[in-house]
Design a protein around this ligand. Structure first.
Ligand code: ZN
Length: 206
């Protein structure tokens, strides 16, 4: 049997600070993964930060369930059918840190009015739905304009990137203002996960 507690401990010991769960409903994206049971199991066995990314059509309906399962952060898509301001409020009222996510083609300005009500903006750097895709370079300008708007408004908001992150793209997005990096394939295929995780955190001098 898979011992989730010791697996998560291994990740923590490699310098990984949060676990990112992709939740897909088969409607908003074609893939289906509904992570509630896994999330509950990990929560029981670890205190690691659980970052839940809802790629679903009606996120507002499921906030409570993911909050109860142990999510620390919940992000949902501005392109979903739920009202963004209401959904952010619902997440906050469950004691969870609220975040919005944007698909690669969605302009930065879409989230500007929401910035005072959230803790993090998740910029998708690949099309949502499947792992292992290549980073879309056009998303870098969007990271930059979201970060400068946050600074201009004097807010304390994290900018997370999700998709195609490796040691090279990590340096690019960090320079553009991202400070939370999601990485799957790159870390799990690395011979030395701790070294790979470290490479994502280091600022490259160019
Ligand atoms: Zn994700």
């Amino acid at each position: 049997m898979l011992n989730l507690g010791s697996e998560v401990l291994k990740l923590k010991n490699s310098g990984i600070e949060m676990l990112h769960f992709d939740v897909m409903d088969g409607i908003f994206v074609n893939n289906i993964t509904f992570g509630l049971p896994i999330l509950q199991q990990v929560r029981k066995q670890s205190d690691i930060t659980l970052d839940v990314h809802l790629m679903i059509k009606e996120p507002a309906k499921y906030i409570k369930r993911f909050a109860e399962a142990g999510a620390d952060i919940i992000s949902f898509h501005v392109e979903s059918d739920s009202d963004p301001a209401e959904t952010l409020k619902a997440i906050r009222s469950c004691g969870v840190s609220p975040a919005v996510a944007l698909k690669p083609a969605t302009p930065a300005e879409t989230v500007f009015d929401l910035l005072p009500y959230l803790d993090m903006v998740l910029v998708m750097t690949v099309e949502p739905g499947f792992g292992g895709q290549s980073f879309i370079p056009e998303t870098v300008d969007k990271i930059r304009s979201i970060r400068s708007k946050i600074t201009e408004m004097g807010l304390d908001v994290n900018v997370e990137v999700d998709g195609g992150i490796n040691s090279e793209t990590a340096a690019v997005v960090r320079r553009a203002g991202a400070n939370v990096l999601v990485s799957g394939s790159y870390l799990f295929h690395a011979a030395d996960m701790a070294a790979a995780a470290n490479a994502l955190k280091e600022d490259m001098i160019c």
